[in-house]
Write a protein that binds this ligand. Structure first.
Ligand SMILES: Cc1cc2nc3c(=O)[nH]c(=O)nc-3n(C[C@H](O)[C@H](O)[C@H](O)COP(=O)(O)OP(=O)(O)OC[C@H]3O[C@@H](n4cnc5c(N)ncnc54)[C@H](O)[C@@H]3O)c2cc1C
Length: 416
């Protein structure tokens, strides 16, 4: 049957739908989304949108009209509840049943909750959807809560926790962050570069509680009033934001018997264990040919890349996910882009180009091959722009580079 059904109207699903048309597919495309909105991007929800500097329109990756123009049948407020692979059918919560020729699962991920007392009190937030961000913004920007000093406690010191901390602090709130790591972002960036972000937050007045978890949330007047830590501290809070990672939304795929392993397992063309079914975005765990292993990624660029690869592969075109993973963050005046292979960077040496304490530098992760040469596996630019091209080229070329030259600001990156 010449029709494609896409479950999940986030960035991955929307990208796949538009790519199918761009690649000349003329059959039916149905895009099923549980949310009421046209597909939107999430990064601003913890940054510019949360701060009140960006409006809803700026969140759209494709204009609202483009769905009708491209003959993409968009079904908002519809949740796929059951997948019958033998019949090639999806059943929606509304009772509607849809036949598919091929299916794409782009169901994204859900914030993890914390099994602690008080986690469901008013004043306790998580952040994934536009509504979540609006609620938080209402509290932070418009002082929606009465009797507050706007004390915010962030549980979780990953990307989203730190971004919300930065936004809340910029808006004038008193902010404390609890994190399991000794240094935030240490797992991804290593201690030295994690400290760059830690120092920036501290400079802005954010308080950090490293190697600390939340043990419970206290209540006063029917809403959250503080966080009790596992070290016995009691931190007063008017707002608590829980940002302790996400879980991929695999229920539909799992119940249908697809192979699940840290997400929906796919090959390098985003095909699942059922050849008629593909997966993309946060929910997919694709095989990456460069790494030689599966790697699930929870980033904006991955949603776009995997959406495109899945769409092309569905049309029988050659398509392989061989992109260098990329992500970015903005915290206070630190804007950062990172490209590279995280699993390889874990054992690599960091080579800084510029002073890391200056707030403007590039850092490379290099696998040394001799005392003065190495292979670049990742690179991050902080407040230096338009260098992602040369950074990616260095990672892609797999040649050995001279480490002294790599660190030398006077040697152009594209000459290495
Ligand atoms: C606050 C925030 C800030 C972020 N900042 C950055 C950043 O700075 N840089 C970066 O690289 N990445 C960032 N990300 C990550 C990035 O937004 C995600 O990787 C991206 O949204 C994943 O897109 P997706 O389409 O796979 O999933 P999602 O965006 O989660 O979309 C999936 C959609 O599927 C729907 N759905 C689920 N199940 C069903 C079903 N059964 N039936 C119908 N619909 C269903 C969901 O409701 C959802 O709308 C951020 C994420 C958040 C939440």
């Amino acid at each position: 049957m010449d029709n494609i059904v896409i479950i999940g109207a986030g960035l991955a699903g929307a990208t796949a739908a538009h790519t199918l048309r761009k690649e000349g597919f003329d059959g039916g495309i149905t895009l099923v989304g549980a949310e009421e909105h046209h597909p939107y991007i999430r990064p601003p929800l913890s940054k510019g949108f949360l701060a009140g500097n960006e409006d809803e329109g700026s969140l759209l990756p494709y204009p609202v009209d483009s769905y009708a123009e491209k003959r993409i049948d968009f079904l908002p407020r519809e949740t796929a509840e059951q997948l019958d692979r033998e019949a090639g059918e999806v059943r929606l919560a509304s009772g509607k049943t849809m036949k598919y020729g091929q299916l794409l699962l782009a169901t994204g991920a859900t914030p993890r909750s914390l099994p602690i007392s008080g986690a469901d009190l008013p004043g306790v937030h998580c952040l994934r959807t536009l509504e979540d961000s609006k609620e938080l913004r209402e509290a932070l920007v418009n002082n929606a809560y009465e009797q507050h000093d706007r004390r915010v406690v962030l549980v979780g010191s990953g990307w989203i926790g730190l971004e919300v901390a930065a936004t809340a602090r910029t808006l004038g709130a008193e902010v404390a962050v609890l994190g399991k790591d000794k240094i935030p972002l240490e797992g991804v960036l290593g201690a030295e570069l994690g400290t760059v972000f830690l120092d920036r937050h501290r400079k802005a007045g954010v308080t950090f509680h490293p190697e600390t978890s939340a043990a419970g949330i206290t209540a006063a007047n029917g809403r959250a009033s503080g966080v009790v830590t596992d070290s016995g501290l009691e931190l007063p809070a008017d707002l608590v934001v829980i940002a302790v990672g996400v879980t991929p939304n695999t229920e539909l795929a799992e119940a249908a018997g697809l192979t699940i392993q840290n997400g929906i397992l796919t090959d390098q063309s985003m095909r699942t264990s059922d050849p008629r079914i593909f997966a993309a975005g946060d929910v997919a765990n694709p095989f990456h040919p460069v790494l030689g292993e599966h790697q699930r990624s929870e980033h904006w660029a991955n949603a776009i890349n995997t959406g495109k690869v899945a769409a092309k592969a569905m049309l029988g075109k050659p398509a392989v996910l061989n992109h260098i993973p990329y992500f970015y963050t903005d915290q206070f005046d630190l804007g950062m882009e990172y490209s590279g292979y995280g699993p390889l960077a874990r054992d690599a040496k960091v080579v800084a180009r510029g002073d890391t304490s200056s707030g403007e530098f590039i850092a490379f992760w290099v696998i040394p091959v001799s005392s003065d040469k190495g292979r670049v596996v990742a690179g991050m630019n902080v407040n230096i722009w338009d260098v992602q091209g040369p950074i990616k080229a260095l990672i892609r070329q797999e040649n050995e580079v001279n480490l002294q030259q790599l660190a030398d600001l006077s040697v152009p990156l594209d000459s290495l």
